[in-house]
Design a protein around this ligand. Structure first.
Ligand code: SF4
Length: 486
């Protein structure tokens, strides 16, 4: 068992890990780690970049490509139809406020390639945001059909470390890493302190992201978006998060339950006129019919055109984790939102003892259809199934609720360290293999350092900071040598 953790150490250990990273990569990662700059750059998709932008992960203050001070006053709304990505935004450019739309793209030149320069729907774009591309530094000017120049902001993704993992690097080989030997040689106290520090650092970054989203959209929306993403874990985090961003909680809460549910399932792309007519199951037919009767009335407003529709990842997903069931769980959360917030408020006042109420809240959520169905096509199950099972609850607690409580409650660090480990996913398995190895001694070491949630998070953080930044098969990775400084 690891040594007991000092409850007052948060966030001191996080600062120590931050200093450690800064020592290893003293200036920008791009300068220090040239391989990183040569990796195939860019988020997995434009949709991901848009979701992170809207959540405030890139911040709200920028310098434009021509040196002007840019501040995002309002991030606006996701566009449900064709045209720029975000509408009704407001930006300040060198102190002058401009209202209009914002377009986000992976590459500056997509503006021309996608035909925006000739499309009148893009005439009111006030900001064009894209990723910096060190491979192609050629200056590109963004112009509208009427030849107005649009202010540009270029996001330097290599220097976004403070805003969370860059998900767009290569995936290192699943094999033993060079640091396994020094890690094995570390005494228990040192290893525990490294793991504690990396876990605190990761927790602090999650808190920062939630706080940034809350500053932009308010605490309800920030929590709603984060809960939706946690319910989409692992493969459908992005579509769930985007769905919650496109249908803000404030637009759902005043609605009747079925109307709210119809919007979520409809905007997710799951309601079509013929879907209920073709169903063999009586319950499914009547459920989908009710949803359809609400959805068709708002469909023209809320249904995204083909190029903006959400892509749900279904391959390899167990029926219990099908995104439709997860959406059913999100509906249940929205239906009991006030109860959730008041339970969370109790936790904010007393996280140590009130946590069991939050666990009780999530594990008692019910839905008359989704308690007995895996998908909209499956036959009803004989037994009722939990909407949010143990693993989902662990992830919601560890990835959303504790980071939220840690805004002001350092005392929540201690109960956080008691959270049991969550299910081991492919990324964690890879991290454990690289950092500890796979022989018997390594397995024992790995077991001791992965049976709590915070330990798993620490290993993921080290993996993200070092393995994902390395493209030299460990040869140029500074982590093994730097371990002696810990
Ligand atoms: S890349 Fe670095 S941290 Fe990752 S396994 Fe290799 S030596 Fe260890």
């Amino acid at each position: 068992m690891p040594a007991p953790l000092d409850p007052v150490s948060y966030p001191d250990a996080a600062q120590r890990y931050r200093r450690f990273i800064q020592q290893v990569f003293p200036s920008s990662l791009a300068e220090q780690n040239p391989q990183a700059a040569n990796n195939e750059a860019g988020p997995d998709s434009e949709l991901e970049m848009q979701a992170r932008w809207f959540a405030g992960e890139f911040g709200r203050n920028f310098t434009s490509t021509d040196g002007k001070k840019v501040e995002i006053i309002q991030f606006g709304h996701w566009n449900h139809s064709t045209g720029p990505d975000f509408t009704e935004s407001a930006v300040s450019i060198d102190g002058h406020k401009k209202n209009g739309s914002i377009e986000i793209e992976l590459e500056a030149s997509s503006w021309e390639r996608h035909g925006h320069a000739a499309n009148p729907a893009f005439e009111n774009v006030v900001l064009h945001v894209f990723l910096a591309n060190s491979q192609n530094p050629q200056r590109f000017f963004t112009r509208t059909a009427q030849n107005h120049e649009v202010t540009q902001v270029s996001i330097d993704w290599l220097n976004l470390d403070d805003w969370g993992p860059r998900p767009w690097n290569h995936l290192p080989e699943a094999r033993l890493g060079r640091c396994a030997a020094p890690l094995r040689g570390m005494d228990d106290d040192k290893l525990t302190s490294l793991i504690t520090a990396a876990a605190q650092y990761r927790l602090q970054k999650k808190t920062q992201r939630l706080v940034a989203a809350a500053q932009i959209h308010g605490s309800n929306e920030a929590l709603f978006q984060a809960l939706a993403a946690a319910l989409g874990f692992t493969h459908n985090q992005l579509p769930m998060r985007v769905l919650a961003q496109r249908l803000p909680l404030k637009s759902l809460l005043p609605l009747a339950k079925l109307d709210c549910e119809a919007r979520l399932f409809g905007a997710a792309g799951y309601i079509e006129l013929d879907s209920f007519e073709n169903s063999d199951d009586e319950k499914t037919r009547s459920y989908l019919k009710e949803l359809w009767q609400n959805w068709w009335q708002v469909r023209d407003l809320l249904q995204s055109p083909a190029e903006r529709q959400l892509n749900w990842h279904l391959s390899g997903i167990r029926p219990l984790n099908h995104p439709q069931r997860r959406l059913g769980a999100l509906v249940a959360v929205v239906n009991h939102w006030q109860e959730f917030r008041s339970t969370l408020t109790h936790c904010e006042q007393d996280p140590v003892t009130a946590l069991k109420n939050l666990k009780h809240y999530f594990s008692s959520l019910q839905h008359p259809y989704w308690n007995r169905h895996y998908t909209l096509r499956s036959k009803p199950s004989e037994k009722s199934m939990a909407l949010i099972g143990r693993d989902r609850l662990q992830d919601i607690l560890g990835n959303v609720l504790f980071p939220w409580l840690m805004r002001e409650q350092n005392v929540a660090w201690q109960p956080y360290t008691h959270l049991p480990a969550s299910q081991i996913n492919q990324k964690l398995r890879r991290a454990v293999l690289r950092l500890f190895g796979s022989d018997e001694a390594a397995r024992e070491n790995a077991h001791r350092n992965t049976h709590h949630f915070y330990q798993q998070q620490a290993l993921l953080q080290i993996y993200s900071d070092f393995c994902l930044e390395d493209s030299s098969e460990c040869q140029d990775c500074p982590f093994p040598e730097q371990l002696s400084q810990w």
